[in-house]
Write a protein of this length. Structure first.
Length: 110
């Protein structure tokens, strides 16, 4: 049950970070309104706040979070940018998620 809670929190954290970075990208690279910076700032603030809700040591959280971030980024690539990930993308995500699980739930971690 703890795994699902931590994983779900990681996913929410990743979505907040991606939105917070994607909106400025739309402004800077695609000519959208600078007003997108307002929700981007809120999203990045939510990202930082969500990181504080994780039940483990901060360094371990940041290390493990990377694996979930990569996974969510590839889902974003597919869902928002309409670019289908390749087989090697999926294999890479599997390796990253395995690494995340080892970091977060290995022996001796509290």
């Amino acid at each position: 049950m703890e795994f699902l809670k931590v994983f779900g929190l990681f996913v929410l954290t990743a979505v907040a970070e991606i939105i917070g970075c994607y909106l400025p990208y739309l402004w800077l690279r695609q000519g959208h309104s600078a007003w997108l910076l307002v929700p981007a700032a809120f999203s990045l603030a939510a990202f930082a706040w969500l990181l504080t809700l994780h039940p483990h040591a901060a360094g371990r959280i940041y290390a493990a979070y990377g694996g979930v971030y990569i996974s969510v980024a590839l889902v974003w690539l597919w869902a928002v940018d309409s670019v289908r990930p390749t087989l090697t993308d999926f294999v890479g995500v599997g390796v990253c998620l395995l690494g995340m699980a080892i970091i977060m739930f290995g022996p001796g971690h509290t």
